[in-house]
Design a protein around this ligand. Sequence first.
Ligand code: ZN
Length: 193
Amino acid sequence: MEIVRYPHPALRWKSQPLTEINSTLRTTVRQMFDLMYESRGIGLAANQVAIPFRFFVVNVTSDPELKDEEHVFINPEITRRKGNEEGEEGCLSLPEVYGQVRRAEEIVVDAFDLDGRQFEMTLSGLPARVIQHETDHLDGVLFLDRMSDVARRELSDQITDFEAMFQRQQESGEYPSDERLKQNLRELQANGL
Ligand code: ZN
């Protein structure tokens, strides 16, 4: 398992709901937390590791010792949004890229946990921002898409570098073509986790 970087097609994937919670999912979730901590992240969506299903992991402290702060959101839905505020965001699929993004200030999110229990959380501040960022991932939306044109233009050199790098990796055979990568995602989706 590895975190894929922009513009890997998995990041533009509209992921499917999970229909089953099984041991493969539990193992995958553990691996995702470990990868997230290695990269000092606070959230990681399944399609960032090229898994086309709707779930993500979050620990806003980024501290692997704080297990109580670990949350898994399966088939999440943001059911209410209130207010809005701008704040800085980054993304493990675009390392070193940071920009201002406007998000709802307060949200209510509905999801299932790893035991299959449905829960609801009312969140504000950083946790609300993270959940909005990660839920966007599941719809193939990146934080870049939520920036103002001016803010995004300031990052255009960095974005172009990521695109050039991915193209080189495809040319060298390190990654297959976009078509092949999309086919892999379709197959994973058809077979389930
Ligand atoms: Zn991200």
